[in-house]
Design a binder for this molecule. Structure first.
Ligand code: ADP
Ligand code: MG
Length: 240
């Protein structure tokens, strides 16, 4: 606990919430604390990710404990792995229930980057990952069996809402929802779609996580109304 407070001070990490899990000091800590799958550790090593960034140290244990999270850290600080590692670890293996993990990103480019990182992280694991392109949506439409094929779906809001409304994608089995660049997803242009997505994720035990470089206070207020006992982590906050 003392190490945690030293680390939080050093990296200007501000934490808010009840029963906040201790951060990890290294990726190996995840093996002892959470039985991290050896393939995950190997995939991190192969990409030369030798130690977690500040947001990763804090977020990964929180998400592995199943908690809701509002995470704020600067661009380039490794937020993608901060949510991808716990997702890939929690899903364990492929199931035919349908989408169990949903990652929403405001742009196609960012969604593609996330997809590429999740695919690399999942090497050797039995998990199927889909990015909702136009072609993928057509496949879901024409081949009902393909709807049972994927465990993780990465998408922009509009394409997802279209697919949900035309009933080619069912979000009722989603257990983990990540809103990346959440500040944008709660802006005027996206808000209605984000609300539709939240409504379609009807599983009452849905875990929700918001990641962003900035969380305007209005967004945080909205976020709190849809979350259960969330933890808030801010990296690089201003003093005072
Ligand atoms: P953000 O979403 O916070 O803007 P990204 O997740 O896109 O940041 O990560 C930025 C870069 O940092 C990527 O190239 C990623 O591969 C790299 N990165 C992420 N985590 C680590 C780590 N633990 N060690 C070294 N590099 C990392
Ligand atoms: Mg990012």
């Amino acid at each position: 606990p003392e190490e945690a407070s030293v680390q939080r001070k050093k990296f200007k990490i501000k934490t808010t919430g009840d029963d906040i899990p201790l951060p990890i000091g290294s990726f190996e800590d995840l093996t002892t604390r959470f039985q991290l799958h050896r393939h995950l550790l190997r995939n991190l090593e192969q990409q030369n990710f030798s130690s977690p960034t500040a947001i990763q140290s804090e977020s990964i244990p929180i998400l592995l404990h199943g908690r809701d999270l509002i995470a704020c850290a600067p661009t380039g600080s490794g937020k993608t792995l901060a949510f991808s590692i716990p997702l890939v670890q929690s899903l364990k293996e492929h199931k035919t229930t349908g989408i169990r993990c949903l990652i929403v990103s405001p742009t196609k480019e960012l969604a593609t980057q996330i997809y590429n990182e999740v695919v690399k992280l999942s090497r050797g694991r039995d998990l199927n990952i889909c990015i909702l392109t136009k072609a993928a949506a057509a496949k879901f439409r024409n081949d009902a069996l393909s709807r049972q094929k994927f465990d993780i779906l990465i998408t922009t809001p509009l394409r997802l809402v279209d697919a949900v409304k035309s009933e080619i994608i069912d979000l009722s089995h989603v257990q983990h929802l990540v809103l990346d660049e959440a500040d944008k997803l709660f802006e005027q242009g996206f808000l209605e779609q984000t609300d539709d997505i939240l409504a379609a994720c009807s599983n009452p035990r849905l875990q929700k996580a918001l990641f962003s470089a900035t969380i305007p206070s209005g967004v945080e207020e909205m976020a709190k109304t849809i979350m259960h006992s969330p933890i808030r982590i801010i990296v690089g906050h201003k003093e005072g």
